[in-house]
Design a protein around this ligand. Structure first.
Ligand code: BEZ
Length: 196
């Protein structure tokens, strides 16, 4: 059976936005723009993915961590970056008691960085005992949540969009993903507190 070359190409770009088709030099071209993503949303179940705490030897499975618990997870583009260090992480550290009083069991910070970097960043912000600093070393969690952001230019690799979410018994109850992926608005601590 003859294979239609166009449908063969289309089958490889299911996650992409297909724009105008055009003809040039007698060939049919398909213009493909940026990938269409469906970021995490309320009702989603967290994937069974391992993150790393303090060292590559210490795995934390995020589905197990959130089972039977009320957990806040926020994600940042990178440890030690200005917005994440001056605003995002400090907000959650200083609001720890407020979250606890609203029945939150754990607060988790995730970034596509190695676990040693995450541990050093947490130490600098006195996060110990308040915010767990989990490394999404290979980006598996970020990918599973459809939260990838290409920050190859400024940070050297694919990172995580800035987000926050409330998870109850492994299921996302509220999700706030920054519209541009890096801004400091809906994913901040005070915003999530107002949703509890
Ligand atoms: C930040 O300051 O949070 C930031 C810096 C560069 C890229 C993304 C985020």
């Amino acid at each position: 059976m003859a294979v239609n070359p166009t449908s063969k190409i289309l089958s490889k770009v299911v996650n992409s936005r297909v724009g105008l088709n055009f003809l040039a030099n007698g060939r049919k071209y398909i213009h493909v723009t940026s990938a269409v993503t469906m970021p995490v949303k309320s009702g989603d179940k967290l994937p069974s993915v391992d993150l790393y705490e303090n060292s590559p030897a210490s795995k934390v499975n995020i589905a197990e961590l959130t089972a039977r618990k009320k957990v806040i997870i926020f994600g940042v583009p990178g440890a030690f970056t200005p917005g994440c260090s001056k605003t995002h992480l400090p907000g959650y550290v200083s609001d720890f008691d407020k979250f606890k009083s609203k029945g939150v069991d754990e607060i988790v910070c995730v970034s596509v960085n190695d676990p040693f970097v995450m541990a050093a960043w947490g130490k600098e912000h006195s996060a110990d005992g308040k915010v767990r600093m989990l490394a999404d070393t290979n980006g598996a969690f970020t990918k599973a949540m459809d939260l990838e952001k290409d920050l190859t230019g400024p940070l050297g690799s694919i990172r995580c969009q800035r987000f926050s979410m409330l998870v109850e018994d492994g299921v996302v109850k509220t999700a706030n993903v920054e519209p541009d992926g890096t801004g400091l608005t809906c994913s901040l601590s005070n915003s999530l507190l107002s949703q509890l």
